[in-house]
Design a protein around this ligand. Structure first.
Ligand code: ADP
Length: 248
């Protein structure tokens, strides 16, 4: 897979809520095709950072760029999403009464470029993309079952599949393995590492064992800015990181 340098830049970003700096001079660069894990204690600013990238929260100062052409601070949430930035929240929100296949079909319809084809008749391209998605998330055998019967892990994978229907360039994933069994966690690790390369993936996760199993690069947030960055071994042996996680 071809790398084209950075896909996302946050530069000197600050956000205050009632005078409290939730994000404090944050600098972050995500490369095209990379899988980055973001860790940090509660209140470190992880959720606020995701909200800034998707346009839900406006920074007070700083800049946020997608590639070298898109200044995200000039765009609203739907415009940012249409650039190919998809976000998976912690709780799965699949349509339980619809089949796995229909959930993917519906997610595809949200892609406006494909809507005219879909409403006319399911084109080969649309079907192919759904089949490919089913295979990626490992739910081909359950394609015609209602999503309501899926396990918690399978619902999470289906939702990731729904995001993939939009052909994202950057996927933001919030605590993907919360509540999963060991087996589901292993499958999720395979899924996310498989997606990276085809798109960039940013994962916010508390489970350090899981982070260690997937991450090449880890960013540690603390008090709204980057405390440390590097491989899991590098950040885990950083005295400042140890203090934040284990100290007083
Ligand atoms: P994390 O996701 O790392 O736990 P958050 O981004 O949720 O951290 O929060 C960072 C800090 O900003 C916390 O102290 C939180 O209480 C505060 N905060 C987040 N959102 C708001 C808000 N809408 N209003 C006031 N304070 C907020």
């Amino acid at each position: 897979d071809v790398r084209h340098g950075p896909i996302l830049y946050l530069e000197d970003v600050t956000v205050s809520f009632d005078g409290f700096k939730a994000i404090d001079n944050l600098n972050l660069t995500i490369d095209d095709g990379e899988l980055r894990c973001i860790i940090g204690p509660n209140g470190a600013g992880k959720t606020t950072m995701m909200d800034i990238i998707t346009g839900k929260t406006r920074p007070d100062t700083g800049s946020v760029w997608f590639g070298s052409r898109h200044d995200l601070l000039t765009m609203n949430e739907p415009e940012i999403a249409s650039l190919g930035i998809g976000r998976k929240f912690q709780k799965p929100t699949v349509f339980e009464a619809l089949s796995v296949f229909e959930n993917l079909e519906l997610a595809m319809a949200a892609d406006k470029r494909i809507l005219p084809t879909l409403t006319a008749r399911m084109s080969g391209e649309v079907r192919d993309r759904i089949e490919e998605g089913l295979d990626t998330i490992g739910l081909t055998a359950l394609r015609d079952r209602p999503a309501g019967i899926l396990s918690h892990g399978q619902k999470q994978w289906l939702e990731i599949g729904m995001l993939l229907m939009q052909r994202p360039r950057l996927l933001l994933v919030d605590e993907p393995v919360a509540g999963m069994t060991e087996q589901e966690m292993e499958r999720t690790a395979e899924l996310l590492t498989g997606l990276a390369g085809k798109q960039s993936v940013v994962v916010v996760e508390h489970d350090m064992g899981f982070v260690r199993s997937i991450a090449r690069q880890v960013t540690v947030l603390h008090q709204g800015s980057v405390l440390a960055e590097g491989t899991m071994d590098q950040v885990a042996s950083d005295p400042r990181v140890i203090e934040v996680y284990l100290g007083a």
